[in-house]
Design a protein around this ligand. Structure first.
Ligand code: UDP
Ligand code: MG
Length: 309
């Protein structure tokens, strides 16, 4: 005994399963040489999740919870959970049992052997549709190329030593990509493979749009390559325009009538397109700068109801 390990569970609209799942997580997590605490972070659920978590907390003293004022996203929930955790090691896992809690004793064992990070890595992607699989694949391929980090199979199911947690919390960044940042930090780590079980009930709260936004934000937070591509695009367009310009000049000096309409059309389309794309990419980075400069908090915690004294 003596060692405290914290479990951090982000929760968004999981009223149907969360009460049972929190108990299931704790009982599978074992406790032969460590004690456990569980921090459930209610990410502004619009259903009865907060009530269900409160019920779980009333039944098990190891459970406590944080509620956001609104949905700030899973990244913010993880951040808040890490900030609240007291353990010498912290394990982040989903509340839908898709991150099998049976792996926790094994993760703790690796930590005891001295590793700072223990990552559970997916060996398959569960019963995912082909379209979702392709989307994930494209994201990981792009991320690998742009950010030089191979995150294929990585999940948010990780154990972090206290040193890593404190380092993570000290980053000034607000919009974070947990998986990416931990992998980027390259602390001594071990990997445990697992296959993703079915969701224990309820439905995923990630819409296609939310996922796409998440993907774009994560890539641009790790790589300025898209920004550099803008200048490349500019140069290519310039070269293309130059060639067409020279060709039409030659034709003019040769005295041939120029059928310039096509050329002009082409130039307008190519240059216009290039400018718009470039502005879009630059705009995206400016938006990110703007968000970070504002320095607004990544999440806000709902004040707990004061008990009458
Ligand atoms: N989640 C969250 N905030 C959100 C969306 C999801 O805290 O805005 C939680 C959710 O309750 C679950 C975990 O993040 O515990 C993973 O979500 P989900 O199972 O929907 O995603 P997937 O398994 O498809 O990655
Ligand atoms: Mg899930």
């Amino acid at each position: 005994m003596g060692h405290l390990i914290s479990l951090v569970v982000p929760v968004y609209n999981e009223e149907a399963i969360i009460l049972d799942n929190l108990a299931a997580i704790l009982s599978a997590a074992g406790d032969d040489w460590y004690e456990l605490e569980l921090i459930a972070v209610d990410d502004g659920s619009r259903d009865r999740s907060a009530m269900e978590i409160a019920k779980a907390a009333a039944m098990d003293a190891r459970i406590r919870f944080i509620s956001f004022t609104r949905n700030f996203g899973k990244e913010a929930a993880i951040h808040a959970g890490l900030a609240d955790a007291k353990g010498e090691a912290v394990i982040v896992l989903d509340g839908d049992l898709q991150h099998p809690p049976e792996l926790i004793p094994q993760m703790a064992e690796y930590w005891r052997k001295g590793l700072s990070v223990v990552e559970a890595v997916k060996i398959d992607r569960g019963n995912e549709t082909i379209r979702d699989g392709l989307f994930a694949h494209a994201f990981y391929a792009l991320f690998h190329r742009f950010a030089d980090l191979d995150l294929k199979g990585h999940s948010d199911f990780k154990l972090l030593d206290r040193v890593v947690v404190d380092t993570y919390l000290a980053f000034p960044e607000r919009q974070r990509f947990f998986r990416g940042l931990i992998s980027w930090a390259r602390y001594p780590s071990a990997q445990i493979p697992f296959s993703v079980p079915e969701r224990a009930g309820g439905t995923t709260q990630w819409s296609k749009l939310k996922l796409l936004r998440y993907a774009i934000n994560n890539i641009t937070s790790f790589s300025s390559l898209p920004l550099k591509l803008v200048s490349l695009l500019g140069m290519v367009t310039l070269a293309f325009g130059g060639v067409i310009g020279i060709l039409s000049l030659i034709r003019k000096f040769e005295g041939k009538a120029i059928d310039g309409f096509t050329t002009v059309n082409l130039l307008v389309i190519v240059i216009g397109g290039a400018i718009l794309i470039s502005l879009g990419i630059i705009g995206h980075y400016i938006a990110r700068l703007y968000d970070e400069v504002k320095g607004r908090p990544a999440y806000l915690i709902k004040p707990s109801k004061k008990n009458e004294t």
